[in-house]
Design a protein around this ligand. Structure first.
Ligand code: NG6
Ligand code: CA
Length: 536
């Protein structure tokens, strides 16, 4: 198959003339050849970090946490500097990758508890199904956090629907976040290593009688936690929610990354002769940060940095496996993150004390839970030898919601009007052959009422509302530009070219820009206009 022409990229939008100057991608690239033939059906691996920020990666400027493997991946491939997760938290960002839709369109697409039902309709279209139906072997190994089952989950029987019902041939997951119960793996439909004589029970409302929690047994803890994270204790760390039983099934936090890697190696090895899609969402550096002992002390920024180094090492191992199997040239690897960084996310694990001023959001303001750039502008590195030219640094605007239409284009799949409604075909951008990215980026903060919009270099945050459970201290006291508080009922406008740190509100000086952007914002938010937005 030769490369399909972009089908859904061009958006006629009256904002474009106004922003055309800003919309020109500021890129430098060392690529010289422009080989437009793209081999069909490469293996695809998406390695997805949890809470790793723009500034946490060496290639993106990190000095205190060293990430040689991602740096090498960027040096031999492309790093994107205006690539965004759709949201500032996990569930909505993952929802967007799988469905090709902005998450605010589904009111359930919010941070889910471990007993929440499956968020994505198994009968609908999604990116996994797309790979599966075009003959790929599909697997997810890692963090899920998109719900399981249809309501009450009985963890002791088959748990479905879940990843398998969405199109994954194989699935080995952590059901939710690693700071939530149950602290077990789910392999296919079943809790891994569960002993039927010691059944597992989970409750998010109340504890099971007699079971220790972080509040009742602080002496069992490695470090203290806030009230929300002071439920059941596992591996010396209290979690959100309560669990009982299932002792043989409990994961080992420090071995988690090794376990995932071992399974990824097995899957890649088994499928080296046929195309495969591996979604590899790792848990670093989400709390609780419990890296393998081999990484302790590997950064001077404490557990948060060490956990990031563990992630980086794992990325390197994936390349080692591909090299050993001789399939590197036929494998497209993407590394990115689900949302921006955070230091204190509920545990006294020393992240703030050991930060030493490490700018985890790079030059940007904010981090996880906010609508500032630091919340969703994340590392995005693409490597595919022979196709993606080495050393490209692209500032083209790209959103993870575009993965669906871009991969559809790669696979030769025509999407219908209902499929991937927010997803644009930016295959050429994703492979570094074009720098003509998205005309606009919607950025979802925590919840659905805190959204940012970027057009060209303009950034609008209308009427910000941070839910009251978001603690302003979360985003690094060490990094003053990360303080996320904004006034409600105020419209904020920033110019990212002059002010990447979003420090100065210039809404009053540019009422015409505010008006145009508010109009676009309203159109994006109004579902009826989705067709207009996508030019179809
Ligand atoms: C929040 C948790 C936080 C983290 C987050 C999900 C509290 C106070 N905070 O509700 O610790 O688990 O959910 O993170 O409960 S995410 O990266 O998966 O979106
Ligand atoms: Ca996350």
């Amino acid at each position: 198959m030769m490369y399909n022409k972009l089908t859904r990229k061009s958006i006629s939008n009256r904002l474009i003339p106004l922003f055309s100057v800003m919309a020109i991608a500021l890129f430098m690239f060392t690529a010289c050849s422009d080989d437009t033939s793209i081999p069909d059906r490469p293996n695809v691996i998406i390695i997805y970090a949890d809470d790793i920020g723009f500034g946490d990666v060496g290639a993106y400027g990190s000095e205190l946490i060293s990430t040689p493997y991602m740096d090498e991946m960027a040096r031999t491939g492309m790093m994107m500097t205006s690539s965004y997760a759709t949201a500032s938290t996990c569930t909505p960002s993952r929802y967007s990758i799988l469905t090709g839709e902005y998450a605010f369109r589904n009111e359930r697409a919010q941070i889910l508890d471990g007993d929440a039902p499956l968020l994505i309709d198994p009968d609908g279209f999604n990116i996994v199904r797309m790979f599966q139906e075009t003959g790929y072997r599909t697997s997810i190994i890692g963090k899920w956090h998109l719900g399981l089952g249809e309501g009450e989950i009985d963890w002791n029987t088959a748990i479905k629907p879940g990843p398998l019902e969405l199109g994954f041939d194989e699935s080995f997951i952590v059901p939710t976040t690693t700071d939530r119960v149950p602290t077990v793996y789910v392999n296919g439909h079943y809790v891994e290593n569960l002993d039927p004589d010691d059944p597992l029970f989970v409750n998010y409302r109340e504890n099971f009688e007699g079971e220790p929690t972080g509040l009742t047994h602080p002496e069992l803890l490695r470090y203290l936690a806030d009230n929300q994270h002071s439920g059941s204790i596992h591996d010396g760390v209290s979690r959100i929610g309560f669990q009982k039983g299932g002792a043989s099934a409990m994961w080992d936090d420090e071995e988690m990354s090794m376990k995932f890697l071992e399974l990824a190696e097995e899957f890649i090895n088994e499928n080296k002769e046929n195309p495969f899609f591996l979604f590899f969402p790792l848990h670093q550096n989400h709390v609780p940060r419990m890296p393998n002992e081999k990484f302790l002390g590997s950064s001077i920024t404490g557990l948060r940095g060490d956990h990031t180094v563990e992630f980086d090492w794992t990325v390197g191992q994936i390349f080692r496996i591909l090299d050993e199997l001789g399939i590197r040239e036929n494998t497209l690897v993407i590394v990115s993150s689900d949302n921006g960084p955070i230091f204190d996310d509920g545990y006294d694990d020393g992240a703030i004390e050991n930060a030493h001023g490490h700018p985890a959001s790079g030059p940007f303001r904010g981090g996880k839970y906010t609508a500032f750039e630091g919340a969703t502008r994340v590392p995005f590195i693409v490597n595919w030898p022979g196709v993606v030219q080495p050393g490209i640094v692209s500032d083209a605007k790209f959103s993870q919601v575009d993965l669906m239409a871009s991969f559809a284009s790669l696979l030769g799949v025509e999407l219908s009007d209902e499929e991937g409604i927010d997803s644009l075909d930016l295959l050429e951008v994703m492979l570094g052959k074009s720098f003509d990215g998205r005309p606009h980026i919607l950025q979802q903060g925590a919840g659905t009422e805190h959204l940012g919009l970027r057009v060209g270099d303009w950034k609008l945050i209308p009427n910000p509302r941070v839910p009251n459970w978001v603690n302003p201290k979360h985003n690094a006291r060490e990094n003053p530009i990360s303080t996320p508080m904004l006034n409600r009922n105020t419209i904020y406008l920033f110019n990212l070219a002059d002010d990447p740190g979003e420090t100065t509100n210039i809404a009053e000086q540019h009422p015409e820009v505010v008006e145009e952007m508010m109009a676009l914002y309203d159109r994006i938010l109004s579902e009826n206009d989705i067709t207009i937005l996508n030019g179809r």
